[in-house]
Design a protein around this ligand. Structure first.
Ligand code: ATP
Ligand code: MG
Length: 219
């Protein structure tokens, strides 16, 4: 199954979601996580560096904390500019065959890489923050999904109160991940926040949100 995390707005928590979701899902599933963002947020969240060379999609992976991570690399930029959506979609579907779940982190746009990641997806998950521009992005995603005849689940990030917007193809879950400094601390150390909580905290606060999201995805 392919789970694509998407929102064309930058900084809303796509990478944070992909990384923590993959980490939590890997407790009892065989999970791959592919960084489709040339900026490489997911790659650095697992303490790795972006590859400075071009690698074919799915050509290199590293197992970290039980997640098979496909790092970002130079070739993604070329693929974004000159790539063929159908070819990228097929490559993603091929990579997914080796896993129970393949989680995809996408860049903040609706270009070739994000589009192919949406088309390949069995489930689409969109973090939305309660700022006007992020809500506008959710509406744009809704129209794009309608034209692709796809549906997405959205949830609220960086707020205690769940957002409710009525959209045709985006269903807002009643899940909201609050603001937390733990995300910043964990990303400074290059580990997923859920991992950081497991190791460092007696009473984890954030893990349950990713468990809820995992449940919604697997339903
Ligand atoms: N609930 C939260 N509370 C506090 N900080 C958060 C939360 N979610 C994410 N962050 C932080 O916000 C920043 C942006 O998050 P993230 O990188 O996941 O967004 P993104 O949508 O992937 O951004 P981009 O579009 O640039 O790839 C990061 O520093 C991350 O640690
Ligand atoms: Mg990101």
């Amino acid at each position: 199954m392919i789970v694509t995390v998407i929102n064309q707005k930058g900084g809303v928590g796509k990478t944070t979601t992909a990384v923590n979701l993959a980490y939590i899902l890997s407790r009892n599933k065989n999970v791959g996580l592919i960084d489709m963002d040339p900026e490489g947020g997911t790659t650095t969240s697992f303490g790795l560096k972006r590859e400075k060379k071009e690698i074919p999609l799915g050509g290199k992976s590293v197992n970290i904390f039980n997640v098979e991570l496909f790092p970002s690399h130079l070739g993604l930029l070329k693929m974004e500019l000159n790539g063929d959506v159908e070819e990228v979609t097929n490559s993603l579907k091929n990579i997914a065959k080796s896993f129970d779940l393949l989680v995809i982190d996408t860049p903040p746009n609706l270009g070739t890489l994000a589009l192919a990641s949406m088309i390949a997806a069995d489930k689409i998950l969109s973090p939305v923050t309660p700022q006007p521009l992020a809500m506008e992005a959710a509406k744009n995603l809704d129209s794009r999904l309608q034209s692709l005849e796809k549906k997405a689940m959205a949830f609220t990030n960086m707020s205690a109160k769940p957002i409710e917007i009525n959209l045709q193809s985006v269903n807002f879950l009643k899940i909201s991940v609050p603001q937390s400094k733990i995300f910043i601390e964990a990303s400074r150390l290059g580990v997923p926040a859920s991992r950081y909580e497991e190791i460092r905290m007696k009473k984890p606060k954030l893990i349950r949100f990713y468990e809820e999201l995992s449940k919604a995805i697997l339903e």
